[in-house]
Design a protein around this ligand. Structure first.
Ligand SMILES: [Ca+2]
Ligand SMILES: [Ca+2]
Length: 98
């Protein structure tokens, strides 16, 4: 269980590291979201302006122009699934029993 709460803390910390930079402390505006994506995920996902725009539009469920923590968690969930698929595809996890 320690692993899971550690991961949650990481998400919360990461979110607040960027959400507190401008405007509302508890939501990410477009600029903050872009910074978060570029700095935290850019190297993995090849984040560009177009991708940020798409993520923003997809995530902003209530259309207030900001991404709140609930909306952010949905992104992280989707990315986790995507990464899991990616790792399964690339067969990085080699079965231990053979
Ligand atoms: Ca903010
Ligand atoms: Ca929103």
């Amino acid at each position: 269980m320690a692993g899971r709460s550690g991961a949650m803390q990481m998400l919360i910390k990461t979110f607040h590291k960027y959400s507190g930079k401008e405007g509302d402390k508890y939501t990410l505006n477009r600029g903050e979201l872009k910074e978060l994506l570029l700095e935290e995920l850019g190297t993995y996902l090849g984040v560009n302006n177009e991708a940020v725009e798409k993520v923003m539009n997809d995530l902003d469920a209530n259309n207030d122009g900001e991404v709140d923590f609930t909306e952010f968690i949905i992104l992280m969930g989707a990315l986790t699934v995507a990464c899991n698929d990616f790792f399964l595809d690339t067969k990085i996890f080699i079965p231990l029993t053979k």
